[in-house]
Design a protein around this ligand. Structure first.
Ligand SMILES: Nc1ncnc2c1ncn2[C@@H]1O[C@H](COP(=O)(O)OP(=O)(O)OP(=O)(O)O)[C@@H](O)[C@H]1O
Length: 562
């Protein structure tokens, strides 16, 4: 609970419903008032003419006032926040969340609506904070559980709930604060603005950064045509400025052209053997870095690679699932070993993985490994199960929206945090923007140019895990699974049977995996969100899965054997 008095922004009043009308009315009257200096001329006019002149004056004044209103809403947060005020008022009134007080009048008494002490604040273009009082009021309990409904009302993404305990001398006040991520599309940035901020990391959008040091390893999922490749290219333009980037392109298409770009010279791999070798070498590279770091005269446990002036190294894999699907069992085992090493030791030694695929199924990325990817991004359309795999339990109640035609739109979250809307940097492809030309302009880095992000030191737990070198997959018994889902054993068993009978990838018997849990969670969430029967919810998830399978099969067809 926060103790200090925070600035809560503007208080919400019932008359905020009429903000726009009052603005246009007042400004319109103000603008038309100078015409009063011609009152003598007005007096001399006949009625018809006077009415015509006044109508013209008011028309011009009010049109200008309306234009001014649009301009202020577009450019000033102090005005655009009124849109949220109006939505909130509408919600509170329609859901009877206003208090009613009886006031005496000459003719008896009447009821008057009274609003609790509610505040709104928009500290920047991408966040909205709303404060509700905890003061024993009629609706206090409801005020504590508004996150989901307000998320829908604001068409925003709920991010956090905080409690504020204000201590004033004469009045003690407490509030519950809701923070929402808003206006995703307005906070989209141009590809030229993708860069590195020393404090925050790689800028991907206003308010969205990838700090690879505090949130190592990036996982990207997205359906075909959703904008994965363009996003990866935009990322490359920032990463190649601060470190070395190896690119693996099993599809042999989008990234092949980069092999002649100086910063990526000898760093673009397209055949299976060289991609496996890239991972092998990354492990050797990390081990030799550990040696350099531990034998350094200023060695101290917990220090990171950048503390020794070393640069980060990124390994970017497009279509990871296609790569895994092409491996033999032995090769697969070796790749899993290498990736395990990298996710465990990468942060301290400065090696970071970026894996992109349609959906991170356990088949292609073991769930224990997936848990170590601290930044998650989805672009384009993915299935309900894929959202659960990417954003986990935290977002289990979230309704992920797919908006047709919005290329590069999706969701982003740090592992363990709530997902929010994401728009990948805008690339003016139709105006001739060409990544190869732009990336070719980047200088080849020398080690001394390392950029150090401000991130916490490597913890003892991380070092211990890195030394142990193993990750454990989480598994569940049917009872544990049902408890986690909050459903009776019988219902869960029934859903498993139905999914398995329809060839959905789910285990029929314990031990169940995290992915099985996410698949089941998708069914129960679909049931709740769409007020469906269990049967309808299962059908919906199966239809989703069919579409995913078709897409994936088509995609595999397109990938030549490499
Ligand atoms: N950020 C963006 N800015 C502008 N246009 C974009 C953006 N992202 C995607 N597009 C448009 O959408 C098209 C498809 O995007 P992209 O190739 O990145 O999809 P993908 O998810 O990689 O698809 P696939 O898996 O089929 O390769 C691009 O050719 C481009 O025209």
């Amino acid at each position: 609970m926060r103790q200090k008095n925070v600035s809560k922004g503007a208080r919400l009043y019932l008359w905020n419903r009429y903000d726009r009308q009052s603005f246009v009315g007042l400004v319109g009257l103000l603008l038309s008032s100078p015409s009063l200096i011609f009152y003598k001329e007005f007096q001399a006019m006949d009625y018809k003419r006077l009415a015509l002149v006044l109508a013209a004056i008011f028309f011009v004044a009010f049109s200008f006032s309306f234009g001014l209103l649009v301009f202020t809403y577009q450019h000033f947060r102090a005005f655009s926040i009124n849109n949220y005020k109006r939505l909130l008022l509408n919600y509170l009134l329609k859901h009877n969340l206003v208090e009613k007080v009886t006031v005496k009048t000459d003719k008896g008494s009447r009821e008057r609506k009274k609003l609790a002490r509610i505040y709104l604040k928009q500290p920047n273009s991408y966040e909205l904070h709303v404060y509700f009082p905890i003061d024993g009021g009629t609706h206090q309990e409801k005020f504590l559980s508004l996150s989901g409904e307000l998320e829908t009302t604001f068409f925003a993404d709920f991010q956090e709930q905080n409690f504020i305990n204000e201590k004033r001398i004469l009045a003690k006040r407490s509030y519950v604060e809701y923070v929402f991520a808003i206006e995703g599309e307005r906070n989209r940035i141009h590809v030229n603005d993708v860069g590195i901020d020393k404090k925050l990391g790689v800028k991907l959008m206003n308010g969205v950064y990838w700090n690879y040091e505090s949130d190592p390893h990036l996982l990207i999922a997205g359906g075909t045509g959703g904008g994965k490749t363009v996003l990866l290219m935009s990322l490359l333009s920032a990463l190649a400025r601060v470190g070395q980037v190896d690119i693996c392109d099993p599809k042999r298409s989008d990234f092949v052209g980069l092999k002649d770009v100086p910063v990526f010279k000898d760093r673009v791999f397209i055949d299976k053997e060289s991609m496996m070798n890239c991972l092998r070498e990354a492990v050797v590279f990390m081990d030799s870095r550990y040696d350099v770091m531990t034998s350094h005269s200023e060695y101290k446990p917990g220090k990171r690679y950048s503390d020794y002036g070393l640069f980060p190294k990124f390994i970017l894999f497009d279509e990871w699932a296609a790569f895994i699907a092409s491996l033999t069992y032995q090769e697969y085992e070796e790749v899993v070993q290498s990736v395990t090493q990298i996710v465990l030791k990468g942060r301290a030694s400065g090696v970071f993985l970026i894996l992109a695929m349609q959906r991170p199924d356990g088949e292609y990325l073991k769930t224990a490994l997936r848990d170590n990817f601290m930044k998650r991004l989805v672009v384009g359309r993915v299935t309900a199960t894929a959202y659960r795999m990417m954003f986990g339990d935290e977002s289990d109640k979230k309704i992920f929206k797919y908006i047709k035609g919005k290329i590069g739109r999706g969701y982003v979250a740090n592992n363990g945090e709530l997902a929010r809307e994401f728009y990948s940097p805008f690339v003016p492809i139709e105006e001739g923007y060409d990544f190869i030309t732009e990336l070719a302009k980047l200088p080849v880095l020398e080690e001394v140019q390392a950029v150090q992000l401000e991130a916490p030191p490597v913890s003892n737990v991380e070092l211990e895990r890195a030394e142990a070198g193993q990750l454990e997959d989480k598994t569940y018994t049917i009872t544990a699974l049902s408890r986690k889902l909050g459903q009776p054993n019988k219902t869960v068993k029934k859903v498993i049977e139905r999914l398995a009978a329809a060839a959905f990838p789910i285990r029929e018997k314990a031990p169940y995996t995290e992915d099985d849990y996410y698949a089941l969670q998708s069914v129960f969430s679909a049931k709740e969100a769409g007020a469906l029967t269990l049967h309808e919810a299962i059908e919906e998830i199966l239809a989703d899965e069919e579409e995913y399978k078709r897409d994936f099969e088509n995609f595999k067809e397109g990938v030549k054997d490499f």
